[in-house]
Design a protein around this ligand. Structure first.
Ligand SMILES: C[S@@+](CC[C@H](N)C(=O)[O-])C[C@H]1O[C@@H](n2cnc3c(N)ncnc32)[C@H](O)[C@@H]1O
Length: 284
């Protein structure tokens, strides 16, 4: 790959990502899952790396996140999707099947005992009773979720903000109340806001001051308070705090904490220290 990609920006991106994905595998519990969001320019390279790190047999889905946006006409088909690679650490992973509610028409047909299964020229016929008893159909791997619109209530003013619906779906599918959710590139904190709402514990990491400020405001708005409900570690305000962080990193890295890279901020939901010690990131 190196020969082919040379010293390009995609190569440096992959070099930046690989050790972080290795760390993500290390900190993931055996029942855990990882969802890696990327766009079609990098997804095929990242899939090779994910296969190498997590194993081909632990690849679960390539989720297509399809959205609408205005694009100036050009000589290609409009690019209106991103990719989310879903891997697990083992075969024994948490998975809550999500259901897409039936359409009005399906519900009507369901009432009369006939569910929407058509073939051209054939009458609708009854599908299995099991399917009729459920509240909807199993979610598939193409997700239609709109971008966060400029006027949306959830918009917090961070360029790469992801829709809450997207994170809600991922968190609900792959964790239960009380589980830990970690987002190592958490931007304005959509993952942690949704993890909090869904009663998960959470850790968010980002390299940007702006992201941390926006995240703090977002949490405050939701009445989640610093010191009482969560802590921020690693913020650099001046030379003194940089030196302190440098010392801390040295100490922390001795006990194998995830926070290895300088200039990282870590937001962490307050949980009893024993639970943190159970977390794999705190193991040597
Ligand atoms: C695509 S955005 C994440 C958006 C997020 N899902 C949200 O809803 O806001 C990627 C984030 O990764 C952060 N980032 C980039 N390089 C990083 C690094 N080496 N370590 C930690 N965070 C990094 C950026 O500051 C940015 O906020």
């Amino acid at each position: 790959m190196r020969d082919y990609l040379n010293e390009s920006s995609i190569m440096s991106y992959l070099i930046m990502m690989t050790p972080r994905l290795l760390e993500m595998k290390r900190v993931l519990k055996p029942i855990g899952s990882i969802y890696l969001h990327c766009d079609p320019t990098a997804s095929h390279y990242l899939k090779l790396i994910m296969d190498a790190i997590f194993g081909i047999k632990n690849f679960r889905n390539e989720i297509i996140w399809h959205y609408r946006r205005w694009i100036a006409p050009s000589k290609i088909f409009q690019r209106l999707h991103d990719i989310i690679l879903f891997y697990t650490k083992t075969n024994d992973y948490t998975f809550n099947m999500l259901l897409t509610p039936y359409t009005k028409g399906s519900i009507e047909r369901k009432k009369s005992g006939i569910l929407h299964r058509f073939k051209k020229g054939e009458k609708p016929y009854l599908v299995s009773n099991k399917e009729i008893q459920t509240e909807g159909v199993s979610e598939n791997d193409v997700w239609q979720i709109p971008f966060v619109a400029p006027s949306a209530k959830e918009r917090v003013g961070y360029g790469t903000q992801k829709p809450e619906k997207l994170l809600e779906r991922i968190i609900k599918a792959s964790s239960n109340e009380g589980d830990f959710v970690l987002d190592p590139f958490c931007g304005c904190g959509t993952t942690i806001a949704m993890a909090e709402k869904l009663r998960r514990k959470w850790i968010g990491i980002d390299i940007s001051f702006l992201a941390i400020n926006i995240m703090q405001n977002r949490l405050t708005k939701n009445e989640i308070k610093e010191a009482k409900d969560y802590e921020i570690k690693g913020t650099l305000y001046d030379i003194y705090s940089a030196e302190q962080l440098h010392k801390k990193i040295r100490i922390i890295s001795k006990i194998g904490v995830f926070l290895k890279y300088p200039m990282l901020f870590l937001l962490i939901k307050k949980v009893p220290i024993k639970e943190l010690m159970d977390l794999y990131i705190f193991k040597i």
